[in-house]
Design a protein around this ligand. Structure first.
Ligand code: IMP
Ligand code: MG
Length: 175
């Protein structure tokens, strides 16, 4: 079925899988002596988290957090509300935040500050996508999947009004 909202492909299914395998190898090497707690940010990161985790050859733990940022549908305000908190105690843990996309970077800035107050040994970030030139502060990303132009994208976990998360690739959204 043709969907007129799906514009050009920004990241293809093959590109996703190849890059995620590379990220998994890097993470496996970097954390060999201290396996991390993978912290998925719901809902957008669920698919990336599942594929990335299968490419990490270490005894990792999993936890999830859900945050919602106030603002319009396509712009975040930096005011973030925790909708679902972690189950895990972060004391003494190496935490690797798994994020779908960094736009302004404000959601991540809030999240990092919040997690750092809970006594982890380290907090690093693995972001699948980063939009070029939009971050107001350096988002300090240890791992990045793809840098993309500042346009609205969907698929592979990313939504518009809860739709399109199950697309296996990432197209630009045509309103
Ligand atoms: P930030 O706080 O501006 O960095 O916004 C990050 C959050 O906004 C992401 O975790 C997504 O949930 C959402 N977001 C930002 N850009 C897009 C996009 O292009 N498509 C879908 N969701 C997006
Ligand atoms: Mg998100």
């Amino acid at each position: 079925m043709e969907d007129p909202h799906l514009a050009r492909v920004v990241v293809s299914e093959d590109e996703l899988h190849a890059r995620i395998r590379e990220l998994g190898k890097e993470i496996t090497a970097d954390y060999a002596s201290a396996p991390p707690l993978l912290l998925g940010v719901l809902k957008g990161a669920f698919m990336f988290m599942a594929d990335l985790a299968r490419c990490i050859d270490l005894p990792v733990d999993f936890d999830f957090m859900a945050v919602s940022s106030y603002g319009s549908a396509t712009r975040s305000s930096g005011v973030v509300r925790i909708v679902k908190d972690l189950d895990a105690d972060l004391t003494g843990r190496h935490v690797l935040i798994v994020e779908d996309i960094i736009d302004s970077g404000l959601t991540l800035q809030y999240l990092r500050k919040n997690l750092l107050s809970r006594g982890p040994v380290s907090v690093e970030v693995c972001a699948l996508l980063v939009k070029d030139g939009l971050q107001k502060v350096d988002p300090q990303l240890r791992y990045v999947g793809f840098r993309i132009p500042p346009e609205f994208v969907i698929g592979y976990g990313l939504d518009v009004a809860e739709r399109y998360r199950n697309l296996p690739y990432i197209p630009q959204y045509q309103p």
